[in-house]
Design a protein around this ligand. Structure first.
Ligand code: BDP
Length: 721
């Protein structure tokens, strides 16, 4: 006996250790239903004695029930019995402590008021401690099955966050209609700006083989209220709209449908022409319009609830209506007419700028779209990036927000960190999203804020996020990048939510409530650290050519002037910065008069945006008392120091974090520190070569020569087309 034990002991230990490590690879995201400790279990178990389905069964209701079962099994180690309508009288013979999924009628019978239900709209939910059939219960009520599914996720969240389940009274409804991921996924499974492995869509195996991961993808998104996904890259190919690919998209749509997620596709404007089925792609040509109409009919046959098209037109070489001297509205409206009979929509991107135009790139989207205000069909929504250049670590909000009173606008954020250190740097984007959403478009403190502009957008409202999801085991390429997906989803549901609250919630669910405050502190400072070591004081677009990895402020020889970093920082012997005031490009005139006035003067321009709007001498006196040059250097140094600080704070959390996720994060933070230092050194070396100024006393010289930094090449950087 003793011998057997001795022989088995190492094996047993191995199994135990591996079990722990394997369970903590990040795959479960924030839906990590691990066994609760005793106290928490004692709080949750009496409130989850049974699941009562007081509504007609449907795939969506079934998804809600199985999520509750999965969660409770994980947290409590047992699955409560399910009572369904038809099988039994759901109001009789209950014990106290059931979770009731209640249709509108059922909720009314349980005493929920009609106005309370009305306030939930089509997708909202309500969680309430009440009575069902005379017994104490938690009512999850909604006007739709989708609302019930969201409510089920909300109950599980409340249970895991330690909320008092016996006194729940939560009402929540999304403030935006379209809560959408944009996958920039190519048909060969590469992902433009993807840093989390291959595309999650295994196009080759579809439609016959549907990966089990698609269901977990749907669960994760539904848990946040995301209700749409564009499957393919905005730089689209004609093939995506051919029969074999429509069938593949339909197979994905079938998996996502029970979770309330509609499928959309990016359409290439010249598709009919390139497939050689028309002679032109001119949107006003009847042949072209007829082709799109027939194509829409074909798609809707395969995907009856198809959401519609996302279009990047006349931007960065993509075809579009302007190729035929038509406007963006002409192009969008033609496609909109094709999907309108099926209740589909067109999301038309405002990310346009042309090399031929000598005008400031930051002004071009506004110049193109403002005159078209009111000219778009009812089922068109214009999708606008958060800033006027391109997903930089910091950008002032896009001037189109607040300027298109007669056109629905939706926000486009980038969740994948093309310009913020890929999935290696820890940068929580909740603060970036919040900064844009909270921006006051009139600067009077009265709004509307960008969030309000989105919410009050009229008959169509929405927010899109360029996804950071791939086939990497942890979905996003790093554990902390999951938080950016999470924050996006929560803000799409409620654009006025606090990024700090969201971070804390995520940290509790994903790691442990014990470490949540400390993790939240790390996250809260992380994006500003990136701004400081990459692009302080309003600098922008100084990243490496094409792949956008690392510093390259010296680049001045690309095919178009507005692809060159020197175009954006305009540094010379005398000063630095882009003059966008009246003495320069006057991009400021695109903002409200209040903002334009305030930002006209560098002294009243927020320091964070200073060099975005002004070209200033190197010895310009900053509020810190330092010169601009010294202040810039202080920001670079501060950014590096912040990363070192984040690293130390993470090390202190080691006892509270499981080994694999601890180590994987620690390695990335160490790499981030190296790269932050590189950014700082290369930037200082370059700008010093331009201004010829000495380094302020006590400042460390860059570790290498400027020539060394200039010589670095990254031909195999990921995510680049
Ligand atoms: C830029 C990306 C590029 C995208 C483009 C877009 O570098 O890969 O195609 O935006 O949004 O950020 O269309």
């Amino acid at each position: 006996m003793k011998f057997v034990l001795r022989a088995l002991l190492p094996l047993l230990l191995l199994v135990l250790c591996q079990g722990r490590a394997a369970a903590e690879d990040g795959y479960d995201l924030w839906l990590r239903y691990h066994p609760l400790d005793k106290a928490a279990a004692a709080r949750v178990a009496p409130q989850a004695r049974g699941i009562v389905v007081d509504t007609a069964s449907s795939p969506t209701v079934n998804a809600a029930v199985s999520e509750l079962q999965r969660g409770l099994q994980g947290m409590l180690g047992k699955t409560p019995a399910v009572t369904t309508r038809g099988a039994a009288d759901t109001r009789a013979a209950q014990t106290d402590g059931a979770i009731v999924l209640a249709s509108r009628d059922a909720a009314l019978r349980d005493g929920v008021s009609a106005p309370d239900l009305d306030a939930l709209g089509a997708e909202g939910y309500l969680l309430r401690a009440a009575k069902h059939g005379g017994k104490k219960a938690t009512i999850i009520a909604a006007n739709s099955d989708q609302g019930l599914l969201y409510g089920a996720f909300a109950w599980l969240r409340a249970a895991r966050l330690g909320q008092p389940l016996d006194a729940l009274n939560e009402k929540s409804a999304p403030k935006l209609q379209l809560r959408m991921l944009n996958h920039w996924d190519n048909l060969d499974r590469t992902v433009e700006r993807g840093y989390a492995g291959e595309s999650i869509w295994n196009w080759w195996d579809l439609p016959d083989v549907t990966d089990a991961r698609y269901t977990d993808y749907a669960r994760a998104n539904a848990s946040l209220g995301i209700n749409g996904t564009v499957l393919n890259n905005v730089n689209s190919k004609p093939e995506i709209l051919t029969a074999p690919w429509i069938a593949k998209a339909a197979a994905v749509a079938d998996v996502l449908r029970p979770y309330g997620i509609k499928v959309y596709l990016s359409a290439r404007f010249s598709t009919p022409l390139e497939l050689k089925q028309t002679q032109t792609a001119d949107p006003l040509d009847p042949q072209v319009a007829a082709w799109w109409k027939a194509k829409a009919d074909e798609i809707y046959k395969a995907i009856p609830d198809f959401g519609g098209f996302l279009v990047k037109a006349n931007s960065e070489g993509q075809p579009g209506p302007q190729d035929y001297h038509r406007t963006h509205a002409d192009g969008a409206n033609m496609l909109a007419a094709a999907v309108a009979p099926h209740k589909g929509i067109v999301m038309w991107r405002a990310f346009v700028y042309a090399a031929e135009k000598p005008d400031d790139r930051a002004k071009q989207a506004y110049s193109e779209f403002k005159p078209l205000d009111g000219k778009f069909a009812d089922n068109v929504i214009v999708q606008v990036k958060n800033g006027a250049i391109d997903f930089q670590p910091r950008e002032p909000f896009h001037p189109l927000f607040g300027a298109m009173d007669k056109t629905p606008l939706m926000m486009e954020f980038q969740i994948t960190k093309e310009y913020l250190g890929y999935s290696t740097h820890l940068a929580y984007l909740g603060t970036l999203f919040e900064e844009t959403l909270h921006s006051d478009t009139r600067m009077k403190g009265k709004g509307p804020t960008v969030a309000q502009v989105l919410e009050d957008g009229g008959h169509l409202t929405g927010m899109a996020g360029v996804a950071n999801i791939g086939s990497s085991r942890n979905w996003s390429g790093s554990h902390f990048d999951q938080a950016n997906w999470y924050a996006f989803g929560r803000l799409a549901w409620n654009p006025q939510a606090s990024s700090r609250d969201i971070a804390k919630e995520w940290a509790s669910l994903t790691f442990t409530p014990q470490a949540a405050d400390a993790i939240t502190d790390i996250m809260a400072e992380s994006r500003e650290a990136v701004v400081d070591y990459m692009t302080p004081l309003g600098l922008h677009h100084v990243m490496g050519t094409g792949h956008h990895h690392g510093p390259a402020p010296w680049v001045d020889n690309l095919g178009r002037p507005d692809w060159n970093p020197v175009y954006y920082h305009k540094a010379d012997k005398n000063g630095i910065g882009f003059d966008r005031s009246a003495t320069g490009s006057n991009a400021l005139a695109q903002y409200s008069p209040e903002i334009a006035r305030l930002y006209a003067d560098p002294h009243t321009t927020p320091q964070a945006d200073l060099l975005w709007f002004h070209h200033l001498p190197w010895d310009y006196k900053m509020p810190s008392g330092r010169t601009l040059w010294a202040d810039m250097i202080a920001h670079y140094d501060h950014g590096v120091a912040q990363v070192a600080d984040m690293q130390q704070r993470w090390q202190k959390l080691k006892p509270m974090i499981d080994q694999q996720r601890y180590e994987e994060t620690a390695q990335r933070l160490a790499l981030q520190l190296k790269e932050a230092q590189w950014w700082r050194d290369a930037s200082i070396a370059y700008f010093q070569s331009v201004n010829g100024l000495p380094l302020p006393p006590g400042v460390k010289a860059p570790a290498q020569t400027l020539e060394y930094y200039k010589s670095l090449r990254f031909p195999y950087a990921p995510g680049h087309g």
